[in-house]
Design a protein around this ligand. Structure first.
Ligand SMILES: Cc1ncc(COP(=O)(O)O)c(C=O)c1O
Length: 402
């Protein structure tokens, strides 16, 4: 299939949701940090499949083998039965964070489950008044209704009101505003430890510490959305480990399944016990195929030292970007935590830079029209990092020359 046919089929048969953001290529194959389109062009993938999912690179052989093995044995049974991959995966995640797991199929669903868990915890503690959830402006938590209400960006709300009530938004990193917002009516504070979709803005240590303290004072749960930041991307297994703060609940998805859709909520006591049988469920949640993929992915992260590699390669890329910044006035600011990197530009040319990169075989992301976002896989090599940096420098020069 070529791009013209793809566009024709999209126009005819898909809801018009993704057309403005799609790159003009049909991707056919991936291996490690590389992708190939149907025309045979090769790309270095600095976006991990587009949205920070394929941290292990594309088609990691151990994940592929686990999926094939599982597909031969059992594709699906629901949570009416026990299956070993789900239980082993829960054991493994609990070993990393503590607590107990609920599995679903995406980040938004993980956030939905966390919201319900917080509401139930508040309800059991003090009745229905304890239902407010404090989140941050500029946050992104997903597109389903609860996750959308939690998301602190009015542009995503527009046209979909009324949203579920009970969400209070405060400016990110504003400790005083947080103090004003968290009360005895609060059942949870829900935060991204590093704003991801908004452009890699880390929480300050003071903000996360205040969130923990206010949750403790008010009997609320501290829930960190690690859907994007979790599982090594920031150079720690979880982004909260950059801070001296322990959350009650984390949400995971994206990198969890090594490219196979799976999400999770992991909750520590006493919050975990708020859920009782029947309070929440998912037909596909934790079914054998995605669970086997996630189990293999976690083993690969451990065996290949990918958390450490993300930290090392993140430093290398940040240093290289700093050198590029010295040579062009187009780069204004670089923000990075491991392999979550944003580059602010001095002019509204992010789309052009992305195009110039793609035409040279490098896939990057943009946020608005003045920010580039790099989310390379955790398996990136120094050689690939340098190739990406050189290509980005060339693309910036080309755009500057226009
Ligand atoms: C922090 C965070 N939470 C939740 C989500 C939603 O995940 P999904 O698109 O899998 O529903 C995202 C997606 O970008 C995210 O970055």
């Amino acid at each position: 299939m070529d791009t013209d046919e793809a566009r024709e089929l999209e126009r005819a048969y898909l809801l018009r949701l993704y057309s403005p953001i799609r790159m003009p290529m049909v991707i056919a194959r991936g291996e490690g940090a590389r992708l190939w389109d149907t025309e045979g062009s090769e790309y270095l993938d600095f976006v991990s499949g587009g949205r920070a999912v394929t941290g292990l690179g594309h088609c990691h052989p151990k994940v592929v083998a686990a999926v094939k093995r599982q597909a031969d044995e059992l594709l699906h049974v629901s949570n009416d039965f026990y299956t070993e991959p789900q239980l082993r995966l829960a054991q493994c995640l609990s070993g990393l964070f503590g607590g107990r797991c609920f599995f679903c199929s995406s980040g938004a669903e993980a956030v939905e489950a966390a919201i319900k868990l917080a509401r139930k915890h508040g309800f059991k503690k003090s009745g229905p008044d304890k239902h407010e959830i404090v989140t941050a402006l500029r946050s992104f938590h997903g597109r389903t209704f609860g996750a959308l209400a939690a998301t602190g960006q009015p542009k995503y709300h527009s046209g979909f009101q009324p949203l579920p009530a009970g969400f209070v938004h405060v400016p990110f990193n504003d400790v005083e505003a947080l103090r004003g917002a968290v009360t005895l009516r609060t059942c949870a504070v829900l935060l991204e430890p590093i704003l991801g979709e908004s452009g890699v803005y880390p929480a300050t240590p003071e903000f996360l510490a205040a969130a923990r303290e206010l949750c403790d004072e008010n009997g609320a749960a501290l829930m960190l959305d690690e859907v994007q930041t979790g599982l090594g991307r920031t150079g720690k297994m979880f982004a909260f480990q950059h801070y001296d703060v322990e959350p009650d609940v984390i949400t995971l998805a994206k990198g969890l399944g090594g490219g196979v859709p799976i999400g999770a909520v992991i909750a520590r006591e006493p919050v975990a016990s708020a859920f009782e049988p029947g309070d929440h469920a998912s037909t596909f949640g934790g079914s054998p195929l995605p669970a086997a993929a996630a189990l293999a992915a976690l083993q690969v992260i451990e065996e290949e030292g990918l958390v450490e590699n993300a930290a090392r390669l993140g430093d290398h890329l940040t240093q290289g970007l700093g050198e590029i910044q010295q040579k062009t006035s187009l780069v204004k600011e670089i923000r990075a935590r491991g392999l979550m990197i944003a580059v602010d530009l001095d002019a509204p040319v992010a789309g052009r830079v992305k195009q110039e990169c793609a035409s040279r075989g490098l896939l990057i992301n943009t946020v608005g029209d003045q920010m580039l976002r790099l989310l390379p896989p955790l398996v990136l090599t120094i050689e690939q990092a340098d190739r990406g940096l050189n290509t980005l420098a060339e693309a910036l020069s080309a755009v500057t020359a226009e």
